[in-house]
Write a protein that binds this ligand. Sequence first.
Ligand code: NPG
Length: 369
Amino acid sequence: MTHVRAVELRLVGLPLVRPFRTSFGTSTEKVCILARVETDDAEGWGECVADIEPDFSAEFNEGAWILMRDLLVPALVRAGDVTVEDLDRVFAFVRGNPMAKATIVDAFLDAELRARGESLANYLGAATTRVACGVSVGITPTTEELLAQVEGYLAEGYRRIKLKIEPGLDVERVAAVREAFPGILLSVDANAAYALEDADVFRALEPLGLLMIEQPLHHDDLVQHAALQQMLTTDLCLDESIRSAALARDAIELGSCRIVNIKQGRVGGALEARRVHDTARAAGVPVWCGGMLETGVGRALNLALAAMPGFTLPGDTSGSARYFPEDLTAPFVMAPDGTMAVPQGPGIGVDPLPERLDACTLRRETIRP
Ligand code: NPG
């Protein structure tokens, strides 16, 4: 049983090494909330994957901050002695908002594991100590620049390249990359930018031998994705549409996708992410670990998740250098073979570097009983 004494929220900002453009917008800076949960026995960290604006999902930093400060943390403090398995019930009075809930769940779990000296990887049932890394390449101003970025990432050792696409910047771009690099594992991610009427775009991608097409249609949809999957031999993968293990089960039953992207923040935290993994694995559906440009805190958690046995495809778990000139933790470095070590210390196994954290902090607030 764990008793929470206080929770500190920090809004942090870190410049990105290069702008990251998706079909819903361009990020030049990573701004996110970190939660530090103080218990009687330890402290734990959680990173909120929401962004400045509600563009990837309905959640956004300022909303998540208020929700954590005014509802989730007070409920947790009032709950007294609890374990991480109780938190679904403690937070059930708040509908939705998986990213805000995940932040507190993950920080609480980290504290609980640190108190008993167990690594998150061990707790989740990791099957390996190193995971295969892929990289997600943003939309570039030109095809030449795209080819140069892909070449650079391949030279570093990345084992799968994912290209962001949007209407008008799709088939030609992807074909150019495929032509230049015929043998690589290549996928595309539309971030919900298309409609079923655009099926011809996806038909045109079929000869390019893609590993998957990720979230082509509406961010909330399962039914139209099932219709699209029926028209294609290329596997569809869902990201935005899968906000819980229940939705993962529905998507698999409906035939909306044949691969699932797991982002723990999108589904409400590490425990629900494990349930998505278990659901997919029982159905024989491969999963992989998505990324939300996390700092080292969120990256450590992703690596532990990605070590679970159902994660059979390389994830968006890239090295710190792909995102930040300077990370919040000691940098995560990918080996030349395209793998990264899963942290083995207690909890998530890493801490933010205190001075670096302070330098990046835009705002902080502590919630006590
Ligand atoms: O490597 O962390 C990463 C980024 C992977 O493409 C990536 N993330 O749609 O999956 C996505 C996209 C994203 C990033 C979405 C930031 C929302 C915020």
